[in-house]
Write a new protein. Structure first.
Length: 158
């Protein structure tokens, strides 16, 4: 219920003040599988997506990414690397949301669902590439795959 209220408030603020909101998304890979959640709420309820969410006022984006990952999956990010900024005004049907995407390169914990993620799964990358994911998460995953297999491991370390 709280997530729906927050979503509604952000929608109103975005509409009246015409300011983009800032979010984070994270890609976590383990043994050739990507961590996905099945969304509970609109938009894209029952779609798979990457863990992520809104940055809170006064919060660093890196901390928001870690917090959202833990809240939605139970995993604790130990190290993040910047993947990119995704700012298409149409990426989120609620408002103009800019997301800063990270790759989680070190983590701990056991996965578990939350109120925002009715299911948390490790899915084979080949299967993920065939899915229609929420928001622009297919684009983020493709960026991750290009980053992982085409760049130095030390670039973009946060």
């Amino acid at each position: 219920m709280m997530a729906k209220i927050v979503s509604f408030v952000f929608s109103l603020l975005s509409y009246f003040f015409k300011k983009p909101t800032i979010a984070t998304d994270v890609v976590v890979e383990k043994n050739g599988k990507i961590l996905l959640i099945k969304r509970t709420f609109w938009p894209y309820d029952n779609y798979y997506s990457l863990p992520g969410g809104m940055v809170e006022y006064g919060e660093r984006v890196e901390d928001a990414a870690k917090r959202e990952l833990y809240e939605e999956t139970g995993l604790k990010a130990k190290e993040l690397k910047l993947l990119g900024v995704f700012s298409d005004p149409k990426r989120d049907p609620r408002w103009h949301a800019i997301t800063i995407a990270f790759a989680v390169t070190k983590f701990s914990g056991q996965i578990r669902p939350s109120i925002e993620s009715k299911e948390v799964v490790w899915m084979d990358i080949r299967k993920v590439k065939k899915l229609k994911l929420a928001f622009d998460h297919n684009k983020i995953i493709n960026t991750y795959l290009r980053w992982k297999y085409g760049q130095s491991k030390e670039k973009n370390k946060v």
